[in-house]
Design a protein. Structure first.
Lengths: 524, 326
């Protein structure tokens, strides 16, 4: 009988196992993930998204939109990107960003040889045409101030140089250029000209990102294929990305569990279930670009008194609320920015949970406190609202919870400013000059009708500060002012949870609700 | 022909009533399509800076600033010229959107009804033949159990077993036929099964009752006396006259389910008519809603017309009487 342990096949197997073992030990010692070391090309990445995108023309849909941005980031590429670990700004299609002394002009040098999916080269004239179209439209006013500083116009002094000209200093513009927003969904000038006035313009797009639109079936699916002219081929892995529109959060999650999908973004209330499924990989990261908090409408007479605002914050024990109701394991934010956020200021904390202190403050105030808490009619928010109600009632505050339907009502309520306390998505906290616009008395984004000269002065100082240290100092002062005045209570700093199968590799730590799935490769 | 004309004329008041009611009701609800575009269906919204001005511009562009009655008649004028208008939110011709969605629902219903008939026919016949026996009681118990189960519960149950636990079938999603019939049918298995299983007991019960009554007719006794086999009597002489109620219910259910599959379409993320109408209401997209409602009203009348014609096929006396009346 032949001894299989002496056979050539077995010896080869032994040798293979030894090499594999040695490599594993080697990689482990070097701190490198052995799989991540060699990205594989090809395959189809299947992702479930929540909603359809409506279309590609920003003049037809003058908002960025969560799902639109999710899809568009793979088709269009920003000038700059942000390193999720170091927060350093990385050149992408833009190479250099130089501000003028007064920060009213930013000069961007474009990377040469970047091509759109239709083969045209990306040049400065495209940026000018794109911004002229947006700013010159009837929604121009909105686009001008979408991301904070008032953009006046865009110039193209040479083929690869773009100038952004502002009517006010804009020290945070470099960070803004990393944000996933419709401002950066630039198309070739020739494409814009050729499709001017065409009804089909909204149905397609051309971008310089790693993927291009292959097929769009309304309310059903979006298929993206590799952009054959993409400049950074080393970061372009899968052949196709199939984005399936599944409108129910639970359907998306079940589609992942069934193996039908490879990767999804998980809402906070499903994060716990995702963690429990041991077959899946779950990654969480704080959302550095947005936060959610409770804010008090300053036109309501009760909230003009700082004692009431402080009492309401002292009355809430947010950690158990988050853990039990929304199943968010991380502790509630104590600062304006999370500890690992580049603009975090140590020691500037929101008032802690102290019901006795709350009662004392309300007693000192001396009048009955009565108001309505307005909430978007989302399941988890309603439950949180009801829990808040219970906590506030416990300190003697009379509060009614008023959930409104999603979508239209939400916009209406914000527009009308007819609310007492509202869940505020204080977005754009990527840079202090951006978050500031939520609180300045002259900002139209100040939906809480806050008119506080001290806050205004702190915001103006943030906008005027030059250089990292000065800006940090001004930002900390602004944060202290907002915290001291108890104007907002952060609920979450936009924690983002991703769930995927182990064959999905190179999942970049999310900095926003738009994880960069376009960098993923598949190990199967 | 005269009968057909009469049925089509009946469609006119139905059309006016249904379309105006839906148009008016949608306008009573707070918010409009401009809010939906700016607000985002998922409850999120961009920076609210200058949102009021943008909203006003958008309302003007969409024609939402005009009085409701003018908007209704403007829509009506378009429809009479074959133009269903453009969806406010999806920014595409309504007719195009309807024609994208209708086949999804029709395919689902054909598959579901076929499955329901495949279950109902043999079990209904067997149940009627063994009326009040143990097997009949067992079938009745099971069918009542299924009828009592809400559709969403059955859907969740099937998804959990066949998709999540066993990974045999997709949990949701849709692939059109042009991307492969196999793939297309594969995604229909669970939703069609849910509807089919829920439909089957109703059809089964209806068939059973009618068949029991038919089997007690004198001509059946005569056929038996002639020595004809049970199978021959059943399929040649009993089944056809027992199918009247079955065909009526089948037709009514088909019409109802064109827009009534909304829960199943939501759970399985099928882009069908139910989902389209729900989205249109959610987005206050009156153009799209009107188009959908019109199509459903037409489908209802058309299906009932087909059912009436089927009566004549099942029983030639019906056609003869109708002709005599006209």
């Amino acid at each position: 009988m032949k001894n299989i342990f002496l056979s050539k096949g077995f010896r080869n197997l032994q040798r293979g196992a030894f090499i594999a073992g040695a490599l594993t030990v080697g990689y482990a010692l070097a701190g490198v993930d052995p799989v991540d070391a060699a990205p594989k090309k090809g395959g189809t990445l299947r992702i479930a998204v929540l909603n359809d995108i409506g279309g590609f023309d920003s003049l037809k849909i003058p908002v960025t939109g969560r799902q639109r941005a999710f899809v568009m980031q793979a088709i269009h590429e920003n000038l700059f990107d942000m390193n999720p670990d170091t927060f350093a700004i990385i050149p992408r299609t833009g190479l250099k960003a130089e501000p003028s002394d007064d920060y009213k002009r930013w000069r961007i040098t474009l990377r040469q040889g970047v091509k759109y999916s239709n083969g045209e080269e990306m040049v400065a004239a495209d940026y000018k045409a794109h911004f002229d179209r947006l700013l010159g439209s009837k929604f121009g006013g909105r686009f001008r101030g979408t991301l904070g500083p008032r953009l006046d116009h865009v110039e193209a002094p040479s083929k690869y140089v773009v100038d952004f000209v502002f009517s006010e200093p804009s020290p945070g513009w470099k960070t803004i250029m990393t944000l996933n927003d419709l401002l950066w969904w630039v198309r070739p000038k020739a494409y814009l000209d050729a499709n001017k006035g065409k009804k089909t313009f909204n149905n397609n797009t051309v971008g310089a990102g790693p993927y291009m639109l292959k097929k769009w079936r309304r309310s059903s699916s979006i298929v993206l294929a590799k952009n054959p002219h993409y400049w950074d081929k080393a970061n372009q892995h899968v052949d196709e990305i199939h984005l399936q529109i599944l409108r129910q959060q639970i359907s998306r999650f079940q589609a992942l569990q069934s193996g039908q999908m490879d990767f999804i973004w998980v809402p906070p209330w499903l994060a716990d279930d995702a963690q429990k499924d041991k077959r899946l990989v779950v990654t969480s990261g704080p959302n550095f670009f947005a936060g959610l908090g409770v804010a008090f409408n300053q036109s309501h007479p009760t909230f003009k008194d700082i004692r009431v605002r402080k009492a309401l914050i002292h009355a809430l024990d947010r950690d158990p609320l988050r853990a039990v109701i929304t199943k968010i394991i991380e502790k509630a934010p104590t600062h304006m920015y999370a500890p690992n956020h580049p603009w975090h200021c140590k020691g500037i904390e929101f008032p802690e949970y102290n019901p006795e202190k709350a009662k004392a403050l309300l007693k000192e105030y001396g009048k009955p406190v009565k108001f309505t808490l307005n909430i978007v009619g989302l399941r988890d928010l309603i439950r949180v609202g009801e829990a808040f109600q219970a906590y506030w009632k416990a300190v003697g505050v009379e509060v009614a919870v008023k959930p409104g339907p999603r979508g239209p009502q939400w916009a209406r309520a914000v527009q009308s400013r007819k609310f007492d306390v509202w869940w505020h998505n204080y977005s754009f906290n990527a840079d202090p000059s951006l978050v500031a616009m939520n609180f300045h008395s002259k900002s139209r984004a100040n939906i809480f009708r806050l008119k506080d000269p001290e806050v205004d002065a702190a915001i103006d100082a943030v906008k005027a500060a030059r250089g990292r240290d000065a800006r940090m100092k001004a930002s900390c002062h602004l944060q202290k002012t907002l915290v001291d005045k108890a104007l907002i209570l952060p609920w979450e700093q936009g924690d983002v949870t991703l769930a995927y199968w182990p064959h999905v590799k190179n999942v970049i730590r999310p900095l926003s609700i738009h994880p960069k799935y376009q960098r993923i490769w598949l190990d199967k | 022909m005269k009968y057909l004309r009469y049925r089509l004329l009946r469609l006119i008041p139905v059309f006016f009533l249904v379309t105006f009611a839906s148009f008016a009701l949608l306008n009573i609800l707070p918010g409009d399509a401009a809010d939906a575009i700016l607000g985002g269906a998922d409850g999120t919204m961009d920076n609210p800076e200058s949102i009021v001005e943008v909203r006003n511009e958008l309302r003007k562009e969409l024609g939402l600033d005009r009085p409701i009655i003018i908007r209704y008649f403007s829509w009506l004028g378009g429809v009479l010229q074959g133009d269903f208008g453009e969806s406010y939110v999806q920014i595409a011709p309504v007719w195009e959107l309807l024609m994208e969605r209708l086949p999804v629902t029709i395919e689902l219903l054909i598959l579901a009804q076929t499955l329901a008939l495949l279950i109902a026919l043999p079990f209904g016949v067997y149940s009627a033949l063994r009326a009040d026996k143990t097997v009949d009681r067992l079938i009745s118990t099971v069918t009542f159990g299924i009828v009592a189960m809400p559709p969403f519960l059955m859907a969740i149950l099937l998804v959990f077993v066949f998709a999540v636990a066993w990974q045999m079938l997709p949990a949701s999603g849709y692939f059109p036929i042009d991307e492969g019939l196999g793939k297309n049918l594969y995604h229909y298995i669970l939703p069609a099964t849910v509807i089919g299983l829920l439909e089957a007991p109703v059809l089964l019960r209806v068939l059973r009752v009618d068949l029991i009554a038919t089997l007690q007719e004198d001509y059946i006794a005569l056929a038996k006396a002639k020595g004809m086999s049970t199978g021959y009597i059943l399929f040649r002489h009993a089944l056809r006259p027992s199918s009247f109620t079955l065909v009526t219910v089948l037709g009514l259910q088909f019409g109802f389910l064109i827009s009534g599959t909304v829960i199943i379409e939501q759970i399985f993320s099928l882009p069908g008519m139910g989902k389209l109408i729900l989205d249109a209401i959610d987005n206050r997209d009156s153009m799209l809603l009107q188009g959908g409602v019109t199509l459903i009203a037409i489908a209802y009348v058309a299906i009932n017309l087909v059912v009436d014609m089927l009566y004549a096929v099942l029983d030639p006396r019906v056609g003869h009487n109708a002709r005599a009346r006209s």
